[in-house]
Structure formats: C-alpha cells, structure tokens
Design a binder for this molecule. Structure first.
Ligand code: ZN
Length: 734
C-alpha cells in the first residue's frame, strides 16, 4: 500500500506503492492536488518578470504548448531552473544529475527498457526499499503506474530532462553488462586452459566472448565513439574509445580474452584467423539500437598480441549542411564561390578526425543539382546520398583511388569527390581533371591550408600545375566545447589573455571553463565545434606557388589578402566563450605565428603596423595587463607557446597531440556513457565498465518519493501561478 505522508510545506515525501489497490486513488489524488502555478514560482524567484510571464501565458493559450516549454524556447529559463521550479511546485526533491550518480543497486531495480520508455533515472534505494526515480515530468501518470507496479514502491524526484536522457546512457552502460560474460569466460577458461589459444569460434551467439564483443560495439555506438582501440598489454587487454577526439579507457579485459576477442572480430570481418603477425584490415556491419553501423577493422600484431582498431561509421548520422558547419561568415561566401565554380579543385586539410569528411559531404550537398553528374570515389563510402554516384575503393580488390578516378573520368563527370589524395598518381589525375573542366573536391593530410600546397608539390606535381588547378584550400580542426552543465568562471593566466587578445582582438566577457561534471565525464568539455581557414589561390598566391615560395611567404600574403587563420578563428571562439585557450593550444597547430599576429591591427589603441617583429625580446611577458600589450609581447608569447618551426606533418604527431588519455587507477574509475573515464570516489572497488558506485556522499537526502504525471511544465496544472520559496541559489545559474 502506498504510504503517502501528508505534506506540510516542508515535508517533501510522496511515494506510491503498488501493493495497494489504492494506487489509482493515490495517483488521482496526486494529480488533483492543489499546487502553485509555475509562472508564479518563476516570478517569485525572480527568474522571469511579469511581462515575460504574461507574454508566455498568452503564447500558451494560442499554441496549447506548455508554459515551461515556451520559456525554455525563449531562453528565459534553463532546464535546471525549470527542474528547480517543478520541485518547488510539487514539493518534491530535485536531483541534480550533474552531481549525483545513480546507485547501481537502484539501476538494477528498473529495466533499461522501462527507464528509457518513461525517461527516468533510478537514483537510489532507501531503507524502506523504495526506489527513488528522477523524472522530468512529475505528473507522468502512466510512468508512475507502471514503475510503481514494477518496483513496488517508488519515490519521485525531479531533474532536467536532457540530463536524464544523457544519464540513461551512462546508467545503462552496455559495458556494465559485459562483466557477467567476462566472468563466465573466466570460468570456462579455467576449466580449459587451451581456450585462449584455440580458435573455437563455432558461432554460439551466447558464448561469453560473443557477448563481450557485442557489448563493446553497442556501447561504442551509443557513446558516439568514432574509434575503438583494443590493446593487449602485459597483464590485461585495454579497450579504449575515442569520443570527441580524445581516447579514454572504456573497459579492461583479462589478458587471456585478447586472442578470442581478436578471433571473434576477425571472423566477423572475414579476415584470416590464423594469421597473427601480418597486418590485416577489413570491415563488417552491425546494427545497434536499430542503426546500421559500418565498422572498419585493422589488426596489427604487437608484442603482447594483436592490437585492433575499429572505426565506426554511423550511416544514419544526419548530414550537416554547409551553413551549419560553423564556418565563419567571413569565410563562407568565398568558400561558396569556389565550390560553385564549374572547374577547379578544393582541398580540405587537417589531421585524422578533424572533420574533413563532414566538410566534404556538406560541400557536396551544396553543389549537387540534377543537371550535374556528381561522382564520388571513397574509402569507405561513409554516407549514401540520393542522386549521387558513389564508388567505393577497395585496396584489397586492387582498386585504388587512381583506378577509380580514371574510370570515372570516362563517364562525363561534372563534380568529382576523391575521398583522399594519398599518392602521386591520384594527385596527378585529380589535377588533370580540375584543369580539364571538372570540379574536384578532395582531402589531403596536411597541417594547414598553406602546407597542403607544399604537400602537393612534394608529391611530385609540378608547381605550375598545382597553381592552376587548385582554387582553394580549407584547413580545419575540431575544438572541444566547454560543457554547459558545469561552466564556471576562472582567473585566466596572463598568457591566455595575451594570446586571446592578440589573435582574436577581443576578450571574453567572462573567462569560463568546465569544472567537470557527470554530463561531461569530468572533462569539462561536451561536443565539438569546427574551426576553419580558407586559402584562396589568388593571382598573387599562384605566382608564389609557381615561384616555389616558402609556406611563410605564402601565408603572409594570404593573411595580407584577408585570410583569417585557424588560430585567429580559434581564439575568436575563446573570446565567444565557446572553448578554452587550453583546447586551442592542444588542437590548433600554429606554424608561422608571427605572420598571423601581424594581421592583428584592429586592437584598439595599438598600432601594430609600426612594430618590427625582428626586435623581439623576452620582455613582453609581464604583469598580465592587457591594455597595452605590444606587438613585441604578442610575438614573444606566441613564440613561447608554439613550436618555433612547423614540424613536418605526421599523422602520428596528431595522435600524440591529442590529450593524453586520462590515466586513472582502474580501481577508482568507471566508464561513463560517453565512454570517458572519470574519477569516481569509489567505495567498493568496482572497476570500469561499471557505473560508478555512489556511496560517495553525493546522495541526496533520503527523501521524496514519487509521483505523477509528467508534464514538464505546467501543462495540465491549474492555471494560476502561486508561490514562494526562492529557487536555491545553485540553479540561478552563473
Ligand atoms: Zn560538465
């Protein structure tokens, strides 16, 4: 029977119990209860003013939408404020999932299916065996009914809907379910010592090894990992995911699972299971949560066994249009002018994982039109477009980019996308194509736009051909966005101020960074943003290319002609509060910094054109005052902060420049949904792959219980606002 304590203003406990035939009655009572209106609470808390409220109420009448939704859309409240208001309105506790970890005991009480269906997070189980559930919709009657029947007793807390959605993936981490299969594998292996070497892979879908591999793939796909690294070490096999460009440990497997996991993956991708020393690569497809995912696999023998890297391609990812890539409005018109031309070549450059493919595809959607024959040659075909002829390359079958390109050129193409130019043969054919009336789009591994030109000529293409064929080069990187859930202000290092002022010509209103929370796995970053530079091959640049000018000479002229470098664009994002100086320094390689700085003449009160960069000294870096930063100082700082000489581009160097994987004592780490390892104040030594145990003092007071019907905001509630208590300071947002 559901015990519902009658509440006074302070008593925040409401719970439902399925054992009672009174459940329906209780739910009805819960729904019918008189409550203050949301608008009133928002007003009292000073979150919105009466004018905004009246306006929103009117919109509510006209559209029938919920008040909370309307205010959210208008940016007048945020989700956390809304959760605070709902807690106030319903007299229930608010759960801030940025700071609280669901207890695995509670998670085990609610099936994943049910939790996802009703968008609730089981937070903990109290002494009375009530399961506390966090919901964004306290009036969700169906959810209350079904969850109460499932758990017997529940208690409701309110939380932000998007936090709940993200936490679902963490709480129901597929890897936490891998554990039982690992144990099962260990049991079998103990019985039969030969297991780790034998290739006994008659495909039993229930075999522990199959299950473990499946879990890894499922979790990688859910966590939006671009790559999975399975690495045999001396004592264990470490599985790491690359998410948003950074690797982090996802799970560790017993060492003896290494060979069977490798064999299983080889079977899936039709590779030679017996071959363990020669590198092999292949591919297979899996289906995760209804999404078809292509997996490219590469296997290489190492001293401790085979290292496997899986690259995941989610074919359902929606294509981004050029407008939404985040290319600055200063660059976009020139970019479009280049890609709309009937002939020429646009190259996209950057290290692996810098978003080149996304840019190429976005460009393709821009140029596609039914009057043109658009053909792509790709390795692999990552997205499939309607109306475009896409040709996959298969090195294994002996079809190279050059072969594909030759074939396609006989088919009257207008626009050709060559996935990547890797060799002189492809470079030569692509150049010829661009010179003979076709528009060619391609990518090239190079540090930045200017270096791409040299990379091309270094391959052996004559400078005059490059100069004539290439119409523009895009250089790009992805920067991490500051997590909006844990953004905090901080005192910047004087160098940060100087660099930002120097490159962006302005400073952020407030210096912010992510403090680290559950939503960003403690990294302080969530999501990424692209930063671009566009080298237009103008007459002057063309002459420089033909004259074999240095990268610096070319860059200086490009900047003088108005090119905004990646560094400048990146620091503008710092000034806009989107990312941090640290991430810019980590991601945006900066050759020839001085040339870039010379372009900054719009800094108020500083005449940069008078200063000779040669006169540099160390004196520039001083007390943090920004106002009269001089050119000398800027250059000095830049010189300190970046390598003096552009290092030759090496893909491996980029791998290394990625943030060092967070090394965590495995006994104190857990995986969060995004696959990143976070430090968990662990009580019971559960290791990764597990949702962090909580037991860490972050639990909310053992209070409220559950209820009903979920409307996020006020819909279905009595129409008048009322009420009082100020929203707790923490939700009032910085
Ligand atoms: Zn965060």
């Amino acid at each position: 029977m559901l015990k519902r304590t009658r509440r006074t203003g302070k008593d925040k406990t409401v719970d439902f119990s399925a054992s009672s035939e009174h459940l329906e009655t209780e739910i009805q009572e819960w729904v019918a209860e008189e409550r203050r209106k949301m608008g009133e609470i928002l007003l009292d808390a000073g979150i919105i003013d009466s004018e905004q409220l009246l306006d929103a109420l009117q919109a509510q009448q006209e559209t029938g939408r919920r008040l909370g939704e309307i205010l959210l859309d208008r940016g007048q409240v945020d989700e956390h404020q809304l959760a605070g208001v709902l807690a106030e309105q319903f007299h229930i506790d608010r759960a801030d999932l940025r700071l609280m970890e669901p207890d695995p005991v509670a998670v085990a009480r609610v099936t994943e299916e049910l939790a996802r269906k009703h968008k609730v997070i089981p937070l903990y189980v109290d002494e009375e065996s009530r399961v506390s559930l966090v919901t964004g919709e306290p009036l969700g009657v169906d959810a209350i009914r079904e969850l109460t029947q499932h758990c017997h007793r529940i208690r409701i807390m309110v939380g932000s809907t998007s936090d709940i959605e993200r936490m679902l993936d963490q709480a129901y981490n597929a890897l936490s379910l891998a554990d039982e299969h690992i144990q099962a594998f260990n049991l079998i292996a103990d019985e039969d010592e030969s297991t780790s070497d034998a290739i006994n892979l008659e495909v039993d879908e229930n075999a522990p090894i199959v299950q473990v591999v499946n879990r890894i793939l499922i979790q990688a796909a859910r966590a939006r990992a671009s790559d999975v690294h399975i690495e045999p070490h001396e004592h264990q096999v470490v599985v790491r995911f690359r998410i948003d460009g950074a690797l982090s440990v996802a799970i560790q497997l017993p060492r003896r699972m290494g060979a069977p996991v490798s064999s299983r993956l080889k079977v899936m991708s039709d590779l030679n299971i017996v071959e363990r020393r020669r590198p092999q690569d292949g591919q297979f497809s899996v289906n995760v949560d209804g999404r078809p995912i292509d997996v490219r696999i590469s296997v290489v023998g190492t001293v401790h066994g085979e290292k496997i890297v899986l690259r995941l391609l989610d074919k359902t990812r929606s294509l981004i249009s050029l407008d939404h890539l985040g290319i600055s409005p200063k660059i976009l018109p020139d970019f479009i002018e280049i890609v709309k031309a009937p002939l020429g070549m646009l190259l996209c450059t950057g290290p692996t994982g810098s978003g080149k493919t996304t840019t190429l595809y976005a460009t393709l959607t821009e140029v596609q039109d039914s009057t043109k024959n658009v053909v792509t040659i790709e390795d692999p075909v990552e997205y499939q477009f309607p109306g475009i002829n896409q040709m996959p390359i298969s090195e294994a079958a002996g079809i190279s980019f050059a072969d594909g390109l030759r074939g396609i050129l006989r088919q009257d193409p207008d626009t050709i996308l060559v996935g990547e130019i890797r060799d002189v043969e492809t470079a030569r054919i692509a150049t010829q194509a661009a010179l003979t009336g076709h528009f060619v789009l391609s990518s090239l591994h190079a540090v930045d736009s200017v270096s791409a030109i040299h990379r091309f000529t270094d391959m052996g293409i004559e400078p005059f051909l490059v100069a004539s064929a290439v119409s523009g080069v895009v250089g790009q990187r992805l920067l991490r966005r500051i997590c909006t859930s844990c953004r905090e202000t901080y005192e910047p290092h004087p160098d940060h101020i100087r660099l930002t002022q120097g490159f962006a010509g302005k400073l952020p209103d407030a210096w912010t960074r992510g403090a680290g929370c559950n939503m960003c796995s403690g990294t302080g970053y969530a999501g990424r943003v692209g930063v671009y530079e566009l080298l237009k091959v103008s007459d002057a640049i063309r002459n420089l290319i033909v004259a074999k000018a240095t990268a610096k000479e070319i860059r200086d002229v490009a900047v003088a002609e108005g090119m905004s470098t990646m560094q400048t664009e990146a620091f503008k994002l710092v000034a806009a509060g989107v990312t941090t100086v640290d991430d810019v320094l980590r991601s945006v390689y900066a050759p020839g910094m001085e040339g870039d700085l010379l372009d900054i003449d719009e800094v108020e009160g500083i005449d940069l054109t008078e200063v000779e960069p040669e006169g540099l000294s160390d004196s520039g870096v001083a007390d943090g005052g920004i106002v009269d930063v001089t050119e000398r100082e800027r250059v000095a700082v830049a010189a300190e902060s970046f390598p003096a000489e552009p290092a030759p581009f090496e893909p491996a160097a980029f791998e290394q420049s990625a943030p060092a994987p967070i090394v965590v004592d495995p006994a104190a780490a857990y995986i969060d949904v995004t696959g990143t390892v976070a430090q968990a104040p662990v009580a019971n030594g559960q290791v990764n792959g597990h949702v962090a145990p909580n037991g860490n003092g972050h639990m909310p007071p053992p209070a409220p219980t559950f209820h009903s019907n979920g409307v996020v905001n006020g819909e279905g509630l009595p129409p008048a606002p009322v009420f009082t208590p100020p929203v707790p300071a923490q939700e009032v947002v910085e």
